[in-house]
Design a protein around this ligand. Structure first.
Ligand code: C5P
Length: 295
């Protein structure tokens, strides 16, 4: 059983104050893009995870895909006797929800393998227990996430947008980036406003206007990511100088996302970003794309 699952970029990530449970209330506009991990699930004596891709992905019970299989097994009352193999193309700890994507993929793969046939609502509920970004990886497309990002409403999008992603060498820890955001706010270095969905962003998506989308992109975690990784400032400038319609840090970073005007423009932009030598890898992609899909 093999499942393909996309990465996400946040078109708007507006972060409210920290809550009693340690999470932040968000307006999180997720957009699934055509960078994919693949998760294969085969029957086995015990739960195991192997990874084909860069170092740094845990293979033990802490792997989020393993936790997804264990959670689903518990829910349906069976042993998690499955071997998961993950083929990674989404950057690790990159701000593109690769770990969450793998968890969503494991949920669907095991659901099919074990013939559990849970309804979509139940899968989304289990996904939310695994992490704030896991439900969106099931859904895909473009969606507004409220609460800690798990309460999703699909967004109407016209056409396709073309992106280029600049991967960094080494990841950033999501909790560390949120903590840095809190610190910058406490120090008066960043404003804190109650998050609201951007009308300009919704209009740009509805009309398929890439220039307007470029202007509407927003990430409240970007100052924190730049504070922890100052070299990202120059990395973003390379894309801007090369004519990107919009440049921002993806989620908690350090991956940088650049919006292009067309497929050809994305290829030109990718060449310029590659030539700059500032990225470990440069990958064009388009969005929106569907969420987890059986291969
Ligand atoms: O939900 P998930 O486990 O993916 O979140 C990882 C971390 O990101 C949390 O432990 C928390 O530090 C931070 N986070 C947050 N507010 C959110 C989502 C995530 O503070 N809405």
């Amino acid at each position: 059983m093999t499942v393909r699952v996309p990465a996400k970029v946040n078109l708007q990530l507006s972060v409210g104050p920290v809550r009693d449970d340690g999470y932040h209330d968000l307006v999180n506009v997720f957009h699934a893009v055509s960078l994919f991990d693949e998760v294969t699930a085969v029957p086995a004596d015990a739960l195991s995870v192997t990874v084909d891709g860069p170092a740094g992905v845990p293979t033990g019970p802490d792997n989020l895909a393993a936790r997804a299989a264990a959670l689903l097994a518990e829910h349906v009352g069976r042993r998690p006797d499955v071997a998961l193999h993950i083929r990674k193309d989404i950057p690790v700890a990159g701000g593109m929800a690769g770990g969450s994507a793998d968890a969503a993929a494991a949920l669907l793969a095991c659901d099919v393998l074990w013939e559990a046939r849970l309804d979509r609502e139940t899968l989304l509920e289990l996904a939310a227990r695994l992490g704030s970004d896991v439900p969106f990886a099931l859904l895909g497309g473009t969606a507004v996430g409220l609460g800690r990002g798990e309460r999703l409403t699909p967004v109407e999008v016209t056409g396709e947008f073309h992106w280029v992603f600049g991967y960094a060498d080494g990841g950033l820890s999501t909790p560390a980036v949120y903590a840095e955001c809190d610190r910058l706010r406490a120090a008066g270095e960043q404003d804190s406003v109650w998050p609201e969905v951007s009308d300009d962003l919704m209009a740009a998506l509805k009309t398929g206007d890439a220039e307007a989308l470029g202007r509407a992109l927003h990430n409240d975690l970007q100052p924190a990511a730049l504070s922890l990784r100052p070299s990202l400032r120059d990395a973003l400038a390379v894309g801007r100088d090369a004519g990107a319609l919009g440049s921002l840090v993806s989620g908690s970073g350090p991956t940088c996302a650049f919006l292009a005007a067309s497929l050809d423009h994305a290829a030109e932009l990718a060449a310029a970003l590659n030539d700059s030598g500032r990225f470990a890898a440069v990958r064009p992609a388009s969005g929106p794309v569907p969420g987890v899909t059986l291969v």
